[in-house]
Design a protein around this ligand. Structure first.
Ligand code: CA
Length: 723
């Protein structure tokens, strides 16, 4: 029986505590205000910084009830140690919008089925959620929306895509309102949002409101099916702290969002005009250029919806953020969304407890189209840390706050080099290397723990990973852009904590250093130090390697893996594992490892572990190595044979051909020696099929020209042949 009794397994704790801090990070530093230099323009209030190429310098903190600053082409904005606060007015929230105080404040007279239940039933936000029966309708108290003629979202989180709701907003007379955006070809009349469901995994539905007068409004949520909901509020939406406008993209409804339409600067479309027409005075930046923002803080004034610290959709403009701290909070409220960026020594700190659509994996703390460099930054919180392409990502701290599936800290594109970073999620995973090639991940530190359940994975297994390598087992002959191949992960230190959450019955958390589901090619994992610690006796699983749904598990060599539990599972409940090599690795059994644990688990029922090669590995403390969970097993255990070929006359026989045959004469190896006359062969000592049927194949004949030698290969061996 599973138990959450802590075991005396804390041996690795000391190792965890002494994990090296990576070299000095740049990171954000509070700047001291300085006098405005000659030629620069003083900024004392929000608005348009419209002079192209000018340097603007803040001389005080500024605040705006909407988007604070718009920058023209080529502008440098020096925040000069000051703070820009946006969406800063007396915005009110619906009292008890998250049901943390039960039904307090809500009119449930038309909702006989309304019942506040623990979020452990279906995690969304906080400790409590609201359950409704089909036909129930709840009504909030009135709140004052203090700013007219701007965007708000009436929002409601819904637990699954099988649940439907209708969102209405009433004015102060109890009359439902609707807002009509006339700037597009499609009719966009919202609210209401009628009979809406979120995407798979649950999410936040919203009704976009705009161009209303200030005043009192309330939200009504009707359950069209039996429902579990949370976070029912009306919030200011679509603001930015600092904006660089390439275009007005006023596609702002829930429907637009689900259709992946771009949405930017809705409130700055000229009222009543065609979509994309900027309001008077908005600088629109065309063409190439650079905009620089530095030395200060940009923050939200209220917990909002769909807001950004810095937003640029000017496609040709590189926005350089240097020594900037951005703070934001709310649903889909992130630090930055920038078409082209350079990010240096910034701190991006957001609190985004849930998301509209978890399938949009670009929606992260910082989202760029492309970045030239990401260096010295701290990414704190967010549904993933950084999305977009960037050739060099280094010396950063990533503290993911992922509560939805697949929002890894980063998901690099082909050719990205990721080094000297720290990945220390509050919740979540490190790096997702998907359908891409030539990614290099080296000299990073990862600390990954089993995550609590999320809205989508509550009653099943859910994993968090330092590194996920997956092309969903693509064909190795398919197009290169569909395959995960030739990626290299090396010299990293990876700390994995397997822990359980017994409070959530039926939930099976896992944490892996590597989760591999690859068919498209070979990936290389080497020279890493991996520590796996299972900290309790519950069902939480920790592994260095989880290899499932994988026709090419890769080359895994010269790693050191210390664990108090199984180190690797090949052929798993996620699918079969085939064709891979573990060689030259050292597996260390941590003190306190329970009896009966073995370093490798092979197979899972019908999911095979086949064609696996274990060569020249070292086992410290482990005696029995393999545990079989399937009959479909085939692997070989072998060693490294180094053949040195010498000339009879003396000296190395450079280029000599070496041929190795197994007993019975079948050739198994043929290769020319290098310039030192050396050939290295990896050969099996024995092969195993089924649950441990062992066939010896340790006898080999090595030939170089006419000379030959018999060897028995039961350990790493070096032979010299003189021809
Ligand atoms: Ca809640």
């Amino acid at each position: 029986m599973a138990s959450d009794r802590p075991l005396a397994m804390l041996v690795l704790a000391g190792l965890l505590a002494s994990a090296p801090c990576a070299a000095a990070f740049g990171a954000y530093k509070q700047a001291q205000p300085k006098p405005v230099p000659a030629g620069a323009i003083e900024v004392t209030e929000p608005g348009m910084l419209s002079k192209a190429g000018a340097t603007y310098v803040l001389t005080k903190d500024i605040s705006s009830d909407r988007t604070a600053l718009f920058l023209a082409s080529g502008v440098t904005l020096d925040l000069n140690g000051h703070t820009v606060t946006y969406a800063d007015a007396k915005y009110e929230h619906v009292p008890n919008y998250g049901f943390e105080e039960g039904l307090k404040g809500w009119d449930v007279s038309k909702a006989p089925g309304a019942k506040v239940i623990p979020s452990s039933v279906h995690p969304m936000v906080g400790e409590k959620i609201l359950q409704l029966k089909a036909g129930d309708e709840i009504v909030s108290q009135y709140i004052n929306l203090p700013v007219a003629e701007r965007s708000y979202d009436a929002m409601c989180a819904v637990a699954t895509n099988k649940m439907r709701i209708t969102i209405n907003v009433d004015d102060e007379n109890g009359k439902p309102i609707s807002c009509n955006f006339t700037g597009g070809r499609e009719r966009r009349v919202t609210p209401p949002e009628v009979k809406r469901h979120p995407e798979l995994g649950g999410g936040v539905i919203f009704a976009h409101m705009h161009h209303m007068s200030a005043g009192k409004y309330r939200i009504r949520i009707k359950a069209e099916t039996d429902c579990q909901i949370d976070e029912c509020d009306i919030r200011p939406s679509l603001d930015a702290g600092v904006a660089v406008v390439g275009a007005i993209q006023p596609w702002a409804t829930y429907n637009d969002h689900l259709k992946w339409y771009p949405c930017a600067f809705f409130d700055y479309n000229k009222k009543g005009a065609k979509g994309g027409t900027p309001a008077a005075g908005i600088p629109v930046v065309k063409g190439a250029g650079t905009v620089t923002i530095r030395n200060g803080v940009i923050r939200n004034g209220t917990v909002g919806m769909r807001t950004l610290g810095v937003q640029s959709n000017a496609k040709g403009v590189t926005v350089v953020l240097e020594n900037v701290k951005i703070l934001n909070a709310g649903i889909n409220c992130n630090s930055a969304r920038i078409a082209k960026a350079t990010l240096r020594n910034c701190r991006f700190e957001v609190d985004t407890p849930f998301i509209i659509n978890r399938h949009n994996t670009s929606e992260m703390n910082v989202q760029v189209g492309s970045a030239t460099e990401v260096v010295g930054c701290e990414f704190i919180g967010g549904q993933g840390s950084f999305s977009g392409t960037c050739p060099e990502i280094h010396d950063n701290l990533f503290v993911n706050g992922q509560t939805v599936t697949n929002h890894y800290s980063i998901s690099p594109g082909s050719g990205t080099r990721i080094y000297r970073n720290r990945f220390e999620p509050k919740i979540g995973s490190g790096i997702y290397i998907g359908r891409g090639h030539d990614v290099e991940v080296f000299d990073n530190v990862f600390k990954i723990e089993c995550a609590p359940p999320n809205c989508e994975y509550r009653y099943s297994g859910y994993s968090t990973n330092a590194i996920r390598l997956s092309d969903y087992n693509a064909s190795s002959t398919g197009p290169v852009e569909k395959r995960c191949a030739n990626n290299r992960v090396y010299r990293n230190k990876i700390y994995i904590t397997g822990k359980s959450y017994p409070h959530y019955k039926g939930y099976r958390p896992r944490a892996y250093a590597f989760f591999i589901s690859v068919g498209g090619g070979t990936n290389y994992i080497y020279d890493n130090e991996i520590y796996v610690q299972k900290v309790d006796g519950g069902n939480g699983l920790g592994l260095a390697f989880m290899i499932g749904g994988s026709s090419n598990g890769g080359e895994i060599y010269n790693n050191k893996i210390t664990s108090n539990c199984a180190a690797a599972w090949i052929g798993t409940d996620y699918g079969y594992g085939r064709n891979m090599t573990f060689r030259g690795n050292t597996f260390v059994k941590a003190p306190g490892t329970p009896g009966g644990v073995k370093p490798f688990i092979l197979g899972h029922g019908g999911n095979a572990a086949q064609d696996i090669r274990f060569y020249s590995n070292t086992y410290q403390g482990w005696s029995d190595i393999f545990q079989y969970h399937s009959n479909s097993i085939s692997y070989s255990v072998g060693w490294t044979l180094t053949v040195k070929v010498r000339q009879k006359a003396g000296g190395a026989a450079a280029g000599a051909e070496v041929v190795i045959s197994e007993q019975g004469g079948r050739e198994v190896f043929r290769k020319r020696a290098d310039e030192k006359g050396v050939v290295v062969a990896r050969l099996a000592e024995y092969k195993v099929t089924g649950r441990g049927n062992r066939t010896d194949c340790s006898a080999y004949t090595v030939k170089a020209g006419a000379a030959e030698k018999s060897v028995k290969l039961t350990r790493d061996l070096e032979v010299t042949i003189t021809r």
